[in-house]
Design a protein around this ligand. Structure first.
Ligand code: HEC
Ligand code: HEC
Length: 503
C-alpha cells in the first residue's frame, strides 16, 4: 500500500509518494530531494528554501523513535551507549557497525545536546560526547567533546570555501612555476591568514609531474581544504558533519551514508533521506547569527549602562592588544555571501557519496541547488522596531556593500600545549591541536573549551598554552580590571533568539 505524503502538510503541490510510514503520525515525514529540486527548477527557489528550512527545524527538534531507526544494536540488549563500547564486538554489535562508530548512539534528538541557551545552542558537560575512534576499548584513551552551538553555520562554511578557493589559485600558480623551473615554493595566504608554505618539486617533464613537500604547511591539511567544523577542524562541509553526527549520536543512518544497508543492525533501513540531510544542512546554514549585547542595546532590546558599554568597548581593544585577535580574527569579508547546497566548491561537495552512490542519481545536482543569501534570507530574528521598520538581526551585516562576517577565528589548527591535549591522537592531527574556536556567541555557550573543562571565560583564557602561550601571558600581565574588560567583551557575544519566527 502506498499513500500520498506532501513534503509538508501545507505544500500539497509537491506531493510525493512514499510507502505508509511505520513511524508516529506526528513525525516529520521524510523530505524528498526530488520534490525540492522540482520547486527550484520551476522557479520557486524561495519555496524550496523555506520548506527545507522548516523541515530542518522539525528534524533537529524531533525525538526519533525506534521504528524510525533511532539508536542501534549496541549489544547486551542496549539501544544507546553513553560511552564507546568497542568491547561489544559480537555479530551486529557496537564494534561491528558500519561505517565505524566513534561513539554513541546517545540521544534521540539533535537538540537533546544542542540545547543552551536555546534549541540549536551548546551543551553542558552532561551532553559531552565520549568518542573512541580507534576502538581501543580503553577509557584512558577516550576523547571528550563539549557540544558547540549550531547557529548560522553557513557563515563558517562560506568563509572556508572562499579561503580554499584562494589557496587553490595559489597552488595552481605554484604548479605552473614548478613545471617551468623544476621547483617552486609559495607562501600560502587566504583572507589574511598565513598557512605556511608549499613546495613543489618537478619529478618528470612532458607531461609535468610534481611532488609536493607539505612539511612547511601550517594549520591546514595537505589537501589545502579549510575545514571549519569540529573542535579539531576536521570536517569541511556541514552536510558531511551532519551525516556523521546523525549516525554517531542518534544512530540515524542516512541513505547517502549506508545505501540500503542496516549498518547499525537495529532492523531499520532508510533512516534519513537525502532530502532530510539537505533540510538539516539548509536549516543550520540559515539560522540567525549570534549577536553582541551592544547591538541589542542599540535596538532597545536590552538595557545597558554607559559604564557597561565602555567596559565592553575597552575589552574589544584589549582583545586585539593582547593578540587574541591574531587567532580569533574578529571579522572577515565574504566576497559572495551565497551559501549553496550542494556546494559549488570542490572539497565541500560530495564527488561520490559515502554509500558509493552518485550524488546526481539521488538528486544532488548543482542546477537544482538551494541557495541562501546570508545577508538577507534568514527567516528568524526579524525584529520589529518601535518606528514600525524591521531590522534583520539574523542576517550577516552589510557595510558599504560588503558582507562582513564576525566569526572570530582564523580557521587554522594550532598546538595549544600539553595541558590541553587529548589523551590520545587517533586521527593523527596532533593530540594538542585544535582549530581556533569561533567566539561568535561565546558568552552564551559555556562551559568552554573542547571538553568543557573551563567553567568561566577567564579560566578558558588561562588554559590557553602552546601557540597561544604568548597571548595568554599578555592577558595575565594585565590589571585585573583590564582582564575583566576582556571577559566582559566575550560575555557580550551572545546567542539571541527573538522567539518570533517570521516564516
Ligand atoms: C549526544 C550529544 C549530541 C547530539 C545528540 C548531537 N550533537 Fe552535534 N555535536 C555534539 C558535539 C559534542 C559536537 C562537537 C564534536 C567534535 O567537534 O568532535 C557536535 C558538533 C556538531 C556540529 C559541528 C559544529 C561546529 O561548529 O563545529 C554540527 C553541525 C552538529 N553537531 C550537528 C548536529 C545535528 C544536526 C545533530 C542531530 C542529527 C546533532 N548534532 C546531534 C553533540 C551532539
Ligand atoms: C594561537 C591561537 C590562539 C590565540 C592567540 C588565542 N586563542 Fe583562544 N582559542 C584558540 C583555540 C585553538 C581554542 C580552542 C581550544 C580547545 O578546543 O580546547 C580557543 C578557545 C578559546 C575560548 C573558548 C571558546 C569556546 O567556545 O569554548 C575562548 C573564550 C578564547 N579562546 C579566548 C581567547 C582570548 C581572550 C585570547 C587572548 C587572550 C585568545 N583566546 C587567544 C586559539 C587561540
Amino acid at each position: 500500500m502506498s499513500r500520498l505524503y506532501p513534503l509538508f502538510a501545507t505544500a500539497g503541490l509537491c506531493a510525493v509518494t512514499l510507502a505508509t510510514p511505520p513511524w508516529a503520525e506526528d513525525a516529520p515525514p521524510p523530505v524528498d530531494q526530488f520534490a525540492l529540486n522540482a520547486l527550484v527548477l520551476s522557479g520557486q527557489s524561495e519555496d524550496a528554501f523555506l520548506q527545507a528550512f522548516e523541515a530542518g527545524d522539525e528534524l533537529t527538534e524531533f525525538s526519533f523513535d525506534a521504528n524510525r531507526g533511532v539508536g542501534a544494536n549496541v549489544g547486551e540488549g542496549h539501544r544507546f551507549a553513553r560511552v564507546p563500547r568497542a568491547d561489544l564486538a559480537g555479530y551486529g554489535e557496537w564494534a561491528q557497525h558500519f561505517p565505524t562508530r566513534e561513539g554513541g548512539p546517545n540521544a534521540t534528538s539533535c537538540i537533546a545536546c544542542h540545547a543552551a541557551p536555546a534549541p540549536n545552542g551548546a551543551g553542558d558537560v552532561a551532553m559531552n560526547v565520549v568518542v573512541d575512534p580507534g576502538h581501543t576499548g580503553d577509557p584512558a584513551l577516550f576523547l571528550e567533546r563539549n557540544t558547540p552551538a549550531l547557529f548560522a553555520l553557513g557563515i563558517p562554511q562560506r568563509l572556508a570555501e572562499e579561503m580554499t578557493l584562494e589557496l587553490a589559485t595559489q597552488r595552481l600558480s605554484t604548479e605552473a612555476e614548478a613545471c617551468a623551473k623544476g621547483i617552486a615554493t609559495t607562501a600560502l595566504n587566504a583572507k589574511g591568514v598565513a598557512f605556511g608554505s608549499l613546495t613543489l618539486h618537478r619529478r618528470a617533464e612532458n607531461p609535468c609531474k610534481l611532488q609536493p613537500d607539505s612539511s612547511q604547511l601550517s594549520g591546514i591539511d595537505a589537501d589545502l581544504i579549510v575545514k571549519p567544523f569540529g573542535w579539531k577542524g576536521s570536517h569541511a562541509s556541514l552536510r558531511g558533519f551532519t551525516r556523521d553526527a546523525a549516525h554517531n549520536e542518534l544512530g540515524m543512518q542516512a541513505v547517502e551514508l549506508v545505501g540500503d544497508q542496516d549498518g547499525d543492525f537495529d532492523g531499520v533501513t532508510d533512516e534519513l533521506t537525502v532530502g532530510d540531510l539537505t533540510a538539516l544542512t539548509i536549516y543550520m546554514a540559515a539560522l540567525e547569527r549570534p549577536v553582541s549585547t551592544i547591538e541589542l542595546a542599540n535596538l532597545g532590546l536590552q538595557e545597558m549602562s554607559e559604564a557597561q558599554r565602555r567596559r565592553i568597548t575597552r575589552g574589544e581593544v584589549l582583545f586585539a592588544l593582547t593578540d587574541c585577535s591574531s587567532c580569533h580574527i574578529p571579522q572577515m569579508t565574504l566576497n559572495d555571501p551565497t551559501f549553496s547546497e550542494p556546494s559549488r566548491v570542490t572539497g565541500y561537495v560530495d564527488a561520490t557519496l559515502p554509500s558509493g552512490a552518485d550524488p546526481a542519481a539521488l538528486g544532488l545536482t548543482g542546477d537544482s541547488a538551494i541557495h541562501v543569501d546570508l545577508t538577507q534570507d534568514q527567516p528568524n530574528n526579524q525584529i520589529k522596531l518601535a518606528n514600525g521598520a524591521t531590522h534583520h538581526l539574523g542576517a550577516v551585516e552589510r557595510r558599504n556593500g560588503q558582507a562582513i562576517a564576525r566569526w572570530f577565528t582564523d580557521f587554522k589548527r594550532h598546538d595549544m600545549g600539553a595541558a590541553l591535549a587529548d589523551p590520545a591522537d587517533p586521527t593523527g592531527l596532533g593530540a594538542a591541536t585544535f582549530m581556533t574556536r569561533s567566539l561568535a556567541g561565546v558568552g552564551s555557550t559555556g562551559p568552554w573549551l573542547h571538553d568543557g573543562r573551563a567553567t568561566t571565560l577567564d579560566e578558558a583564557i588561562r588554559l590557553h598554552g602552546g601557540a597561544a602561550a604568548d597571548s595568554r601571558s599578555q592577558y595575565l600581565n594585565l590589571s585585573q580590571q583590564a582582564q575583566q574588560a576582556i571577559v566582559a567583551f566575550l560575555e557580550a557575544q551572545v546567542i539571541y533568539t527573538s522567539g518570533e519566527e517570521d516564516h
